[in-house]
Design a protein around this ligand. Structure first.
Ligand code: GLU
Length: 621
């Protein structure tokens, strides 16, 4: 990108005509001479090399991958180099993350997959969210002894009750069947290698293990895998997971039906209904409700993406059961009524914060699994509704929060009864991938809490999710996110793809529970309105207003903007997971497609120990 472009807000480029098509075509055809065809795709075997290069930004041609982990990014790049497409690369990267980031993602969890098809110029999405067991009672999170909810951490999360039917394995096969070129077995190959030969433990992995030590120690197979000798693996040691390698091989050989109907299904049900806890533990670890019929009945749902126009661009996101697309979309629609690029920074940030608070109020009141509750999605994403919300933001004063949800029928300024949202965990992982044909994937996957339910399926090498804690803990009949058997709990995951004139411009997403929404929103505002390059937009300090009384923000944000935002009336609290000491918000991964045909892959330079971005053919700039 030229330095001039970097300084100008992207919004000013909204209506320009396309250029660089010729350069892209030339680069693609040059590459087709270098890269073997899909038919003879062979992912080169490697046994010894361990990838530890954490480059946060890479620019070039031929496809790109960005994730939090160098091994996982390299797994995706190897698939691309061998002629695979973006979907193949995304699944290979995700499977590798299941090995190297086992506390954030894996086959015991779920996620949302957003795909741009270059040939059709069309965005499609897959909802691979976990589902509740049919027999899950509405008071599942209430301790029968006290009549009150279990304390959230570690009691409620470390529980068979919190385990939903995993959607990730079915997402992988669905995506590969629909849009990929590899078999599941081929896509799992790099991950099997990493699980067998091991990866190098870094500080983040050790810290995450230590953060979970009490509950991991409470579950026999979890302690055996992640606390060998009673301690978290040392930084620099090699961590192997032969059980997971064998599980992946089983999936490769028999397909995912072995996990939904076969032997692994038996093991999952047994584990959830009788958690293998250590007799001496004080944690309750209650048994869950999952049955084999719940697993056998699972299906991934192909959904229409959410779509909004923002300053000449189209922003595609994930529709409910995630609240990501609707909340990011509504906030952007509100912000589109303000000329952020012409404002002083403090004023632009004030609008960003309050637009987010308003959208969160509506998320809490109106968004849940559309198979169970009516979600007024069209209204939530309409410009009329956005205007009725935008007019509530005063130019010089922060909204009093929590603020009420909007009146869906409002013509003027909307007011209605607000409900307080429940916040959720801070784990998860996001990856992006593109290929030389112009296809793009933006994929967020999770097992919910860092460490999920804390329960490893004995002999299988993976953790089960605690996604059902994303339901509201206390049952209220009007709450769209109340517990219901078979339902998908409301998510905040926001895998996003932005197009300009029908072609990809940006792809991004992040982990971070409900802060995912604000991280994606803030990164988009930074890039599109505030004149930052994508690496700057990702690295910039974050603040997250989720319609609570105070705004949580990274210390660097408070240092930089606290004084200028104080006169508006904001109160900032230092962000931080209830579960760990890290004061970071999110861990984004993103792509930008330049007009000259190059792609820029971007990962975090610092958060979560830094991520890894890579391209197939670096352009050297
Ligand atoms: N379970 C959360 C959600 O779906 C994500 C968890 C996290 O990022 O920590 O919104």
């Amino acid at each position: 990108m030229s330095p001039t472009a970097a300084r100008r807000p992207l919004s000013s480029f909204g209506h320009r005509r396309r250029r660089g098509v010729v350069a892209l075509a030339a680069a693609a055809s040059a590459l087709s001479l270098l890269v073997p065809g899909v038919a003879d795709a062979k992912i080169r075997p490697e046994t010894e090399v361990r990838y530890t290069d954490k480059t946060p930004t890479a620019v070039g041609y031929g496809g790109a991958v960005s994730s939090v982990d160098p091994e996982a990014t390299e797994a995706g790049l190897r698939v691309l180099r061998a002629g695979g497409n973006a979907v193949d690369a995304a699944i290979a990267t995700a499977a590798a993350l299941g090995v190297t980031e086992p506390y954030s993602a894996g086959i015991g969890g779920g996620g949302y997959f957003v795909y741009y098809d270059a040939k059709k110029r069309k965005v499609s999405t897959l909802d691979g969210r976990e589902t509740a067991p049919q027999s899950m009672p509405r008071d599942a999170f209430i301790d029968k002894k006290t009549g009150k909810p279990y304390p959230f951490t570690p009691d409620l999360v470390t529980s068979g009750v919190s385990v939903g039917v995993p959607g990730t394995p079915a997402t992988w096969t669905t995506a590969l069947d629909k849009w990929g070129t590899l078999t599941l077995g081929q896509a799992l190959k790099p991950a099997i290698t990493i699980a067998s030969r091991g990866f190098l433990v870094d500080q983040t992995f050790r810290d995450q293990t230590l953060d979970n030590q009490i509950r991991f120690a409470a579950i026999k197979p979890t302690a055996a895998l992640f606390l060998p000798g009673g301690d978290a693996p040392a930084v620099g040691s090699v961590f192997r997971n032969p059980d997971l390698a064998a599980t992946y091989r089983l999936l490769a050989g028999q397909g995912t039906s072995v996990l939904y109907k076969g032997r692994i299904a038996d093991d999952i049900v047994k584990t959830v209904r009788n958690p293998p806890k250590v007799p001496s533990t004080k944690l309750p670890v209650p048994a869950g409700y999952l049955e084999k019929s719940d697993l056998a009945g699972y299906s991934v749902i192909k959904r229409r993406p959410t779509k909004i126009n923002y300053r000449g661009l189209k922003v595609y996101g994930m529709a409910p059961s995630s609240s990501g697309g609707s909340t990011v979309g509504e906030a952007l629609n509100i912000l589109e009524t303000k000329r952020l690029s012409r404002m002083p920074r403090d004023k632009a940030l004030h609008y960003y914060l309050d637009a987010s608070a308003l959208a969160f109020a509506d998320r809490g009141a109106y968004v849940g699994d559309p198979a169970y509750v009516h979600v007024p999605l069209r209204t939530l994403l309409s410009d009329r509704f956005a205007r009725s919300r935008a007019c509530q933001i005063a130019p010089d004063r922060a909204l009093a929060t929590p603020t009420a949800a909007g009146d869906l029928d409002a013509r003027g300024c909307a007011r209605a009864t607000g409900r307080k949202l429940e916040d959720n965990g801070r784990s998860t992982t996001h990856l992006v991938a593109s290929d030389r044909w112009g296809n793009v994937v933006s994929y967020t996957l999770t097992i919910e809490q860092t460490g999920g339910s804390g329960i490893v399926v004995p002999g299988r090498g993976f953790l089960l999710n605690n996604e059902l804690t994303d339901f509201s803990t206390v049952y209220v009949a009007t709450d769209p996110n109340r517990i219901q058997g078979g339902k998908r709990p409301r998510s905040s995951m926001s895998p996003t793809i932005v197009t300009r004139h029908g072609k990809p411009l940006l792809a991004l997403g992040s982990p971070g529970g409900a802060t995912i929404i604000t991280t994606v929103l803030q990164t988009l505002v930074n890039r599109i309105d505030l004149g930052m390059t994508l690496p700057q937009a990702v690295a910039a300090p974050r603040a997250s207003h989720r319609n609570n009384a105070t705004v949580s923000a990274e210390p660097a944000f408070i240092d930089a903007y606290g004084p200028s935002l104080k006169p508006y009336g904001y109160t900032f609290t230092k962000s931080g997971d209830t579960f760990s000491s890290a004061a970071e918000i999110g861990a984004a991964a993103a792509l930008e497609f330049f007009r000259d045909g190059r792609v820029q892959a971007v990962a975090e330079p610092v958060r979560r120990g830094g991520g890894a971005a890579g391209v197939v053919c670096p352009s050297g700039r």
